[in-house]
Design a protein around this ligand. Structure first.
Ligand SMILES: Nc1ncnc2c1ncn2[C@@H]1O[C@H](COP(=O)(O)OP(=O)(O)O)[C@@H](O)[C@H]1O
Ligand SMILES: N[C@@H](CC(=O)OP(=O)(O)O)C(=O)O
Length: 484
């Protein structure tokens, strides 16, 4: 492996669904001969496939996994798996108009699906005896099912590129019919040994089977973790994430493509804040690996291959301070813990944190005063109710209240000295929104505003207008004055 000559590039699920367009942009485009190589592609499952295999990422609608895991749904998972199979075959037909190649793609995925189906039937029978607990195997089931999505997209993409005269090589990290599990880095190193980056184009499954169990540690969005580890292990010069849109100053679907700006450049500090807010920018652990290895990350629009997109690096100070992005999260639980006995006593925080860790609840942020600690959380209602029950038992004199809110955040490398707080309040006020809570950190990288769920969209639009659009207008006016 030659260090620092190649890039590792991930294509997200939404973009993968537009395979033919990708051929004309990031996969091939105008590249000829050697220009095609020294790139590694890590691909996600086609949009909607993982949702159908596991559960819907946003609505939680059950997929094959959720049906298999729930005792009440009996054998419904079998029908759900058949419908994923049909969906996959339909996708193959869309990508491969010629019968022979389509047959190759269908045969590949059918064999995998039927292999998983018979395995699940056996497991289900075995567990019906009572000596074997289904619970103990659910994570493996989740992994087997999600691997199907990335196996299909990677296999197909390699096939499609071969058809188009590119020497693409399918790199299957899913561990299909492999003995034993290796740690992720070792697994990657082995699968890449003997690959010549200068003459072969590796198309890698975004799902990787490994001793750490990708789904257990990282859950959904795991293909960005695979991207980052492949980049680190192979010594890439840059990691690239190709998405449906540019990384923009707000969600273009919500604020409007004409109003948002491409971020252009930012640092890993901002990337961390975005991940914390659940922004589909980059998986938190992926950013960490890349930052630690000193590998820059680029986020591009998969369908605008000539645009450099946004570069994320560690030491990238902003030219001017101000908000770079407005993002937000719906369905945030504010768990308020109140105990008058708390004043001057330590240890409450530790106990709450233990309960939150035990029930695997994601902490977005927290605030506290003399007798109240409020955690803003993302997780299932079931898990949070369990946290409340644990706390009621540990602190009989305390009371907890739970509220479902939205959190909207203005994020930037440097929010200092530009009157972010009064501007944000004025923008919200103008839109008729009264914040329920607001946190302005001393370390000026983010401003968090809590609003009612119904105000989510309007709050993002208002903050974008007040903090990003107006700042751009002020800058434009200043530039004109300078020239005049
Ligand atoms: N600030 C933002 N910039 C770009 N896209 C955003 C932003 N905020 C939210 N999005 C949304 O993220 C979505 C893409 O994320 P995702 O579906 O995870 O992509 P992929 O499947 O390519 O990984 C887009 O539909 C877009 O509406
Ligand atoms: N397909 C997987 C892994 C992934 O990272 O997908 P995406 O790149 O589309 O977020 C999922 O939905 O979780």
């Amino acid at each position: 492996m030659t260090a620092k000559t190649h890039t590792v590039e991930k294509i997200g699920g939404t973009s993968m669904s537009r395979s033919q367009e990708l051929l004309r942009t990031v996969l091939v485009g105008d590249r000829r001969g050697p220009e095609l190589y020294n790139r590694i592609f890590v691909v996600s499952a086609y949009g909607g496939m993982t949702d159908a295999l596991l559960e819907h990422k946003k609505s939680d609608e059950p997929g094959v996994y959720a049906l298999f895991a729930s005792a009440e749904s009996g054998w419904q998972w079998g029908d759900a798996l058949s419908s994923v199979a049909s969906k996959m075959v339909e996708k193959n037909a869309e990508i491969f108009p010629d019968a022979a190649t389509r047959e190759q793609a269908d045969k590949f995925i059918r064999e995998r699906i039927e292999g998983v189906r018979s395995c699940l039937i056996d497991l289900s029978r075995l567990c019906s005896f009572g000596h074997f607990q289904l619970e103990a195997h659910l994570l493996t089931v989740r992994e087997m099912l999600s691997a199907l999505g990335e196996a299909q997209s990677a296999f197909n993409t390699a096939l499609l590129l071969n058809q188009n005269g590119v020497n693409a090589r399918f790199i299957d990290l899913t561990g299909w019919r492999q003995d034993g599990e290796l740690p992720l880095d070792e697994h990657i190193a082995r699968q890449f040994s003997g690959v010549d980056f200068a003459t072969e184009l590796p198309i890698v499954t975004g799902y990787a089977q490994c001793a750490e169990q990708l789904m257990k540690t990282y859950d959904r969005g795991y293909s960005e973790v695979t991207l980052s580890r492949v980049a680190v292990v192979t010594g890439a010069k840059e990691a690239i994430i190709h998405k449906e849109f540019h990384l923009s100053s707000a969600d273009p679907k919500l604020v409007g493509s004409d109003k948002v700006q491409v971020i252009g450049e930012t640092n890993y500090d901002v990337a961390d804040q975005l991940s914390n807010m659940g922004m589909e920018a980059i998986h938190p652990r992926a950013a960490k690996s890349l930052r630690q290895a000193g590998i820059p990350l680029r986020v591009t629009n998969a369908f605008e291959p000539d645009h450099p997109g946004t570069v994320i690096m560690s030491d990238l100070a902003p030219k001017t301070p101000g908000a770079e992005i407005i993002t937000g999260l719906k369905g945030v639980f504010a768990l308020e813990f109140y105990d008058q006995d708390m004043v001057g006593v330590k240890g409450y925080d530790t106990k709450i944190l233990e309960a939150l860790t035990r029930h695997k609840v994601w902490i977005i942020s927290k605030t506290s005063n003399a007798n109240t600690i409020t955690h803003y959380l993302k997780g299932s209602m079931k898990a949070i109710k369990r946290v409340e029950a644990d706390l009621a038992q540990a602190f009989p004199t305390a009371s907890t209240t739970l509220r479902k809110l939205s959190m909207v955040s203005a994020i930037g490398r440097d929010l200092g000295g530009v009157r972010i707080l009064p501007r944000a309040i004025a923008a919200l006020d103008e839109a008729g929104i009264e914040p329920i809570g607001l946190t302005d950190m001393i370390r000026k990288v983010d401003l968090q505003v809590l609003v009612e769920e119904k105000d989510f969209d309007a709050a993002i639009i208002a903050l974008h207008k007040g903090l990003v659009e107006e700042r751009a207008e002020r800058k434009a006016r200043a530039d004109i004055r300078r020239v005049a």
